[in-house]
Design a protein around this ligand. Structure first.
Ligand code: KIV
Length: 274
């Protein structure tokens, strides 16, 4: 029997019941399957695909075409988790009708069940319009990478009192606009605790400490697929770059030294003829 799909109502219920929410990123079919089979609640097709997969130095060059392509691949691999597609830079900032159309494409053409977009009060009316079209929206506050040039770099947000108050207000405004959950990225843990206590929708933290209703990491970070890049908030659960580098070197050395392919990996040799 197919697994029952996680819904936005399930995510909200987890907050009400005090059960932690888990979210991980995926950008392709095999990773989506692995993440889904691990039992996480939400698979986010993040616009971090720009950095992680496409080799850009920010998420700004990522397009709707990129996001739909990767979301389709992920949707084909996920049976149970809620799939959330990340709306890329400028796909929801211009006309509201265009924002709704772009959000709808994630559901209609790419198999996602919800979208995520970055920003606070400035995007509240857009959120309201997308939600009114029946499309669930996840908010994203704190360090919002699409605004990296405005923020002056990838740095912790909400450290002073005025900035913290503004983020708390933004969270409440987004809740009122209809988001079903809220990513809090790189903010002090006490501010995340306050926001989590003051909004009714679940908060999902990344670099926001232990008091959020859930946690998200970029899957490639927790797998240690990069040798040298490790933000403070990332816990590495594997060192795959070491393991992959070892395997690739071993292949090259085997071929160069005549150890591969042996009869075991060949067709029509003496073993097969018996
Ligand atoms: O794009 C992304 O992967 C994200 C997460 C870091 C929350 O927005």
């Amino acid at each position: 029997m197919p697994a029952k799909r996680v819904t936005t109502a399930d995510i909200r219920r987890k907050k009400a019941e005090g059960r932690p929410i888990t979210m991980l990123t995926a950008y392709d079919y095999p990773t989506a399957r692995l993440v889904d089979e691990a039992g996480v609640d939400i698979v986010l097709v993040g616009d971090s695909v720009g950095n992680v997969i496409l080799g850009y130095d920010s998420t700004i060059p990522v397009t709707m075409a990129d996001m739909l392509h990767h979301t389709r691949a992920v949707s084909r691999g996920v049976r149970r988790a809620l799939v959330v597609g990340d709306m890329p830079f400028l796909s929801y900032h211009l006309e509201r009708t265009e924002a709704v159309r772009n959000a709808g494409r994630f559901l209609q053409e790419a198999g996602a069940q919800a979208v995520k977009l970055e920003g606070g009060r400035d995007v509240a009316e857009t959120v309201r319009t997308i939600v009114a079209a029946g499309i669930p929206v996840m908010g994203h506050l704190g360090l919002t990478p699409q605004s990296v040039h405005q923020l002056g770099g990838y740095r912790v947000q909400g450290r002073d009192e005025a900035a913290a108050r503004r983020l708390l207000e933004d969270a409440q405004i987004l809740e009122e606009a209809g988001v079903f959950s809220l990513v809090l990225e790189c903010i002090p843990l006490d501010l995340a605790r306050q926001i989590t206590a003051r909004v009714g929708v679940p908060t999902i933290g990344i670099g926001a400490g232990p008091h959020c209703d859930g946690q998200v990491l970029v899957t490639h970070d927790l797998l240690g697929l990069y040798g040298d890049f490790k933000p403070k908030f990332v816990k590495r659960y594997a060192d795959l770059h070491v393991e992959i580098a070892r395997a690739l070197r071993a292949f090259r050395e085997d071929v160069e030294n005549g150890r591969f392919p042996t009869a075991e990996y060949s067709f029509g040799g003496p073993e097969e003829k018996q």
